[in-house]
Design a protein. Sequence first.
Lengths: 113, 113
Amino acid sequence: AQSVTQPDARVTVSEGASLQLRCKYSYSATPYLFWYVQYPRQGLQLLLKYYSGDPVVQGVNSFEAEFSKSNSSFHLQKASVHWSDSAVYFCALTLNNNNAPRFGAGTKLSVKP
Amino acid sequence: GPKVLQIPSHQIIDMGQMVTLNCDPVSNHLYFYWYKQILGQQMEFLVNFYNGKVMEKSKLFKDQFSVERPDGSYFTLKIQPTALEDSAVYFCASSSQANTEVFFGKGTRLTVV
């Protein structure tokens, strides 16, 4: 069965610092991969997605992610974080048989001023 | 952007009673989902629904759970009877196609007492 692992439950960085949130997946083929963000008392909002092609995908708010087939990873990155980036970030995948997105456990990002 | 509306935002119900959670998905979307989130933790997949049928469901989708979307109206999740462990935030989501961006509502916080 497919699965998504986010090894870091919490990450704290200073404002202006760079960020990487890790995501590993387990699936024999290449899934469709997503990063979502959840602000307090809100639903999830899509940051970016990867289907195929260029392994580096750009998303909203200067986020980007890099797909690595060899590492089965899809890490989220941002060059310089802002305090408003504090939220919970979820990595997700779907398969090519039209199943529903499956989410990792989430990483809570805290940005210190 | 497209919005998924969930009604009500909070619901308190006595254990053993029936509850119906309502979702108004994005108007031209065809795929519908319910997820369960406890204490801001992992977004757990419950069920997805397409063309009037349950397409897949997880083991969390107990026999007491049911979904329907009669005549293109609300997409509903019914729990009958409720149990204490059903207390959680339930998120409805929808998408226009499989494996594309899924749009989430803000959730309904269900408290079973």
